[in-house]
Design a protein around this ligand. Sequence first.
Ligand SMILES: N[C@@H](CCC(=O)N[C@@H](CS)C(=O)NCC(=O)O)C(=O)O
Length: 242
Amino acid sequence: MLKSQLAPGCSSRTPPGGLASSPLSVYTDVMKLLGTPLSPYAARVMIAARAKGMELAVDEADGWPGSATLRAVSPIGKIPVLVDGDIAIPESEIILGYLDDCVPNPSLFPGDARQRANTRLMVRLMDTYSTPSFAPFLPSAEPEARSEALRRIGQALGYIDHFRLDGEFASGEEFSAADCAWIPFFHYFETLQPAFGVLDQVRRYPRLDRWWGRARATPLGEFARGVIDEAVAKMFAKQRGE
Ligand SMILES: N[C@@H](CCC(=O)N[C@@H](CS)C(=O)NCC(=O)O)C(=O)O
């Protein structure tokens, strides 16, 4: 996709046909994502960009929460932040909307008003009512923090199961922002299953369990699991001083 094909107001370019199709050196002004796939919120932006065939330069070194560089761009100090030319956009939900405005097809909010509201609700319920981060599952965390995180995850999944439009995808019959948002969360639930039984919370809701069985095996699911696992392995290697 050339700059001229982007919606007005979007300053970056993406290669025609997506990531693999063109020498990246031709495209120097790509959007930059400050963050790391360790963050499920940053990973969702990576999935959304990939679904649209948009190139995104992921800046992990500067993107860590709290870093001075990050705070200069966003005083909130949280990742992800999307930098596109001279604007910086925090909050993954807003970033997904921006990507969708810049490159409308394929849409991250497909369908009619009812469907689109459900997609937004699915993202919002996970973000508002599940654990705000997976830090309670780190070895250094207090057991009480872990129980509270598990309780919140179970609660969010209950709300989601109640309101979700059932179908092939996270919200109904088309891929949407809800799939982008949930894939990283569910991958962490799965990764944490052997130690903490997090996926057992999902198994209480068979339709959600079946969605995850499908989503994890899609090309975007495999992409996300790959980049998250790589980032987790790097984090533990760094902690071991390697
Ligand atoms: N509502 C934000 C949440 C982002 C968020 O919580 N990011 C975490 C990493 S997973 C973070 O940067 N935490 C650092 C902090 O809270 O200081 C979004 O959707 O982007």
